[in-house]
Write a protein that binds this ligand. Structure first.
Ligand code: HEM
Ligand SMILES: *[C@@H]1O[C@H](CO)[C@@H](O)[C@H](O)[C@H]1NC(C)=O
Ligand SMILES: *[C@@H]1O[C@H](CO)[C@@H](O)[C@H](O)[C@H]1NC(C)=O
Ligand SMILES: *[C@@H]1O[C@H](CO)[C@@H](O)[C@H](O)[C@H]1NC(C)=O
Ligand SMILES: *[C@@H]1O[C@H](CO)[C@@H](O)[C@H](O)[C@H]1NC(C)=O
Length: 316
């Protein structure tokens, strides 16, 4: 409750100037929010990988051309879309957005953008796996959908091998701070990574034993067990923290103990300022919740589209 109230206060400061608002669909599609929530809940009932997938999908959307649903477009005969680009390996659960869109189209055709549906679904994903203490927030709406989606532009997404300077630079280009970087990386409290995404930390040619020296040794050996050299199992990998279906601050606790999955996570420890945020979040779920709401609102107000699609996979 307290968190919800505070996030409303934060929100009223933040959404000024983004063109988004809380009442955008009040007249044209009053049930939009509950309809998206119902679709997310229904999918989660049979697939517990859905929340992580939706949160990551929204991040990928916002970091390429703004939150304009470009990540949702399918490739066409003459265009290879973002979702077919290299970092897409774990993007999945697009069907949840399709289901939400169909339910919304049945109520108010051509009104609610796919970009808004994805932003709302990401909020639901977090709130629904947070129990009662986790973050939730009101998502300002009014995003438009874009008409362009290029696989080549997924190079704008940070790589798991990125160092601190690279991460900071990309976030900064989007007017996101190093606090946003640390906070949003907390999305790695949910979900799973394939071996290829952290291969560089456990089978490296740059160190005598092949290990990233910042990894906790027993954690490193468990990662190696899951991902042997020349691993051929496509589905092999590791969860991003020890409680990977719950939105909590475990990611930060593990990060401090040398138990993060990506080099990009470990890189957040290399600066005193960001290390301070990590310590704060590791010690306080409440501090993390509040910061997460704030940073999600900032990331999801990067807009960019031109139209409202009828089908999230195709331009109008
Ligand atoms: C800071 C730079 C970031 C990098 C380099 C990064 C990189 C990655 C990589 C490589 C994966 C695993 C892909 C795979 O192997 O299947 C992943 C998974 C994930 N990321 Fe990030 N990420 C970043 C930021 C974020 C942000 C900002 C969010 C959301 C707020 C996020 C949410 C997730 C989630 C939820 C998963 C798990 C997806 C699933 O299980 O389906 N990440 N990330
Ligand atoms: C794709 O190619 C077809 C046939 O060449 C063309 O008619 C269509 O305009 C192209 N679409 C786009 C989006 O470029
Ligand atoms: C991701 O990209 C690979 C090729 O890079 C492709 O085979 C795969 O189908 C893509 N996944 C999705 C969800 O489009
Ligand atoms: C970042 O802020 C600057 C200055 O206010 C603005 O010109 C620029 O468009 C912003 N960039 C993004 C991606 O919002
Ligand atoms: C993995 O493959 C490389 C090159 O294909 C080979 O040199 C190496 O010995 C292999 N390692 C293991 C543990 O099989």
């Amino acid at each position: 409750m307290e968190v919800a109230l505070l996030s409303l206060l934060i929100l009223s400061i933040l959404h000024v100037g983004t063109g988004l608002s809380l009442n955008y669909y009040d007249k044209t599609c009053p049930n939009y929010e509950a309809t998206v929530t119902a679709a997310v809940k229904q999918a989660m009932a049979t697939d517990n990988t859905v929340p992580a997938a939706l949160l990551r999908m929204h991040f990928h959307d916002c970091f390429v051309r703004g939150c304009d649903g470009s990540v949702l477009l399918d490739s066409t005969a003459n265009n290879t879309a973002e979702k077919a680009g290299p970092p897409n390996v774990s993007l999945h659960a697009f069907y949840v957005i399709d289901n939400a869109k169909s339910a919304i189209e049945a109520q108010c055709p051509g009104v609610v953008s796919c970009a808004d549906i994805l932003a709302l679904a990401a909020k639901d994903a977090v709130a629904l796996v947070s129990h009662n203490w986790g973050p939730t927030w009101k998502v300002p709406v009014g995003r438009l959908d874009g008409r362009i989606s290029r696989a080549s532009e997924t190079s704008l997404l940070p790589a798991p091998t990125s160092n601190f300077a690279q991460l900071q630079q990309r976030f900064n280009q989007l007017n996101l701070s190093v606090k946003d970087l640390v906070t949003l990386s907390g999305g790695h409290t949910l979900g799973f990574a394939h071996c290829s995404s952290f291969q560089n930390r456990i089978h490296s040619s740059n160190s005598a034993n092949g290990l990233d020296p910042t990894l906790n040794p027993s954690f490193a050996s468990s990662l190696r067990k899951a991902c042997p050299a020349n691993n051929t199992a496509n589905n092999a990998g590791a969860t991003l923290d020890a409680t990977s279906t719950v939105f909590d601050n475990m990611y930060y606790k593990m990060l401090l103990g040398g138990m993060s999955i990506f080099s990009s996570d470990a890189a957040l420890l290399t600066h005193p300022k960001t290390k301070g945020f990590i310590t704060t979040f590791a010690n306080s779920q409440q501090a993390f919740n509040l910061a997460f709401v704030k940073s999600m609102l900032r990331m999801s107000s990067l807009t960019g589209g031109q139209e409202v699609r009828l089908n999230c996979r195709k331009v109008r």
